[in-house]
Design a protein around this ligand. Structure first.
Ligand code: GRF
Length: 195
């Protein structure tokens, strides 16, 4: 059974989708939900799902390296085979991505390599793109730059706001991330493409 840790900063809707997918004959099980934000909405959802939780508050540390040392210590305690970043809003140094190389996944709300970074939906709308979506990728030292393992596409509709587009993409994220994880835990790196 593969041990899956999930890192969050907010509502944790992707964490819920991942956790709920790991049932029955799925070779993975959630072993920890960790947030850098105390009181993040996803923590209560994880507790309701019976998943152990932890908080490592980045504000309590003097710099990224000290924070990441505490993060790695909390992760080492659960011996994860896979670490899923799911709405985790901290940039990770090469030291951390190197320490956990090969085990780190992230979901980013754009069709990478377009729009790494923030405000992805506003940027797609401003560019007049006909479609948008989400990408699941392996995490490397390059922000939102690792090998892409799956993408989900949605249309950008007339009158879309960043909020309406985000909501449409989020529905697909909740299908995409579990589908990629299901393959990833078995060592299967073939791409998932939805929509
Ligand atoms: C999602 O758009 C995800 O792509 C991004 O963070 C947003 C919130 O995710 N990484 P969640 O609801 O906290 O899972």
């Amino acid at each position: 059974m593969k041990r899956v840790a999930i890192l969050i900063s907010g509502s944790g809707s992707n964490m819920v989708a991942l956790a709920e997918s790991m049932k029955g004959d799925h070779p993975g099980r959630p072993v920890l939900v960790l947030s850098n934000v105390p009181g993040a909405g996803g923590l209560a959802k994880a507790e309701a799902l019976g998943i152990p939780t932890a908080v490592v508050d980045h504000r309590g540390f003097d710099g990224r390296v000290a924070f990441e040392a505490a993060l790695s210590e909390a992760l080492e305690a659960v011996r994860p085979d896979v670490i899923c970043l799911a709405g985790f809003m901290r940039i990770l140094t090469a030291g951390f991505t190197g320490r956990w190389a090969g085990k780190l996944l992230n979901i980013h709300p754009s069709l990478l390599p377009k729009y790494p970074g923030l405000d992805t939906h506003a940027r797609a709308i401003a560019a007049g793109d006909a479609e948008a979506g989400a990408s699941v990728h392996e995490v490397t030292e390059e922000l939102d730059g690792g090998p892409i393992l799956g993408q989900a596409r949605v249309p950008v509709l007339p009158g879309d706001t960043p909020e309406t587009l985000a909501a449409r993409v989020l529905v697909e994220e909740h299908k995409l991330y579990p589908a990629v994880l299901r393959r990833f835990v078995t060592g299967d790196r073939t791409r998932v493409d939805l929509g």
